[in-house]
Design a protein around this ligand. Structure first.
Ligand SMILES: N[C@@H](CCC(=O)N[C@@H](CS)C(=O)NCC(=O)O)C(=O)O
Ligand SMILES: [Zn+2]
Ligand SMILES: [Zn+2]
Length: 191
């Protein structure tokens, strides 16, 4: 049998169920010395696996685990001097620890359907109980990171088997949300 592609340490062993009543916590980077700590004072939404090349993932993982939370509830608690913006021109302004590389929070500041939200990686919470991912996005993008295209069937089957429907962009729900925002902005739909 061909070697299966590892999705992510949290996903390979089945999907740990979280709670929708999770109300926030502290995100911590990987540094032993002076770790960056970021407080999230609210719940998280739209948690999903992302196969794109831009989202942070732990060593060996093919997918990241990423969710959003309102920017107003995100504060840097400790060692913020270690943060830098990975790509200041990107929609998501990913703030990463320059020493260990972990992305701590990524605000969307531009005029966009996601404006006001920060992208965060719930696996970096010190606390457990965050709601589990519910779908897989940008699945075809894992090829851009070097996954053999012939393994895509087995990757998509594995994702479905653990309850994560694979999409090659975002979920239909989020794509409809973005398109509705765009149609309202252009005046095609009433505000
Ligand atoms: N195929 C591209 C897709 C990148 C992409 O569009 N990522 C999505 C999901 S995170 C996005 O919204 N990116 C906005 C950004 O990176 O600012 C890749 O893998 O690099
Ligand atoms: Zn670090
Ligand atoms: Zn991504």
């Amino acid at each position: 049998m061909e070697t299966p592609v590892s999705l992510h340490p949290y996903l390979d062993s089945g999907l740990p169920k979280g709670s929708t009543s999770f109300s926030g916590g502290t995100l911590v980077c990987d540094c032993k010395d002076r770790p960056v700590k970021v407080r999230v004072n609210s719940g998280i939404a739209h948690n999903h696996a992302c196969g794109c090349t831009k989202c942070w993932k732990p060593a060996g993982a093919t997918f990241s685990i990423v969710a959003v939370t309102p920017h107003e509830n995100v504060t840097v608690l400790e060692n913020g001097d270690k943060l830098h913006i990975v790509d200041p021109t990107a929609l998501i302004r990913r703030h990463a620890c320059q020493e260990c590389g972990v992305h701590m929070y990524g605000p969307v500041e531009r005029e966009h359907a996601f404006q006001g939200l920060d992208f965060i990686h719930p696996e970096r919470f010190e606390e457990t109980g965050w709601p589990e991912p519910t779908f897989a996005a940008f699945v075809s993008s894992i090829i851009e990171a070097g996954v053999d295209p012939s393994k895509m069937n087995s990757v998509r089957n594995h994702l479905r088997q653990i309850g994560l429907e694979p999409y090659d962009c975002l979920s239909p729900e989020l794509m409809d949300y973005i398109a509705t925002w765009t149609a309202k902005k252009s005046g095609v739909l009433a505000q």
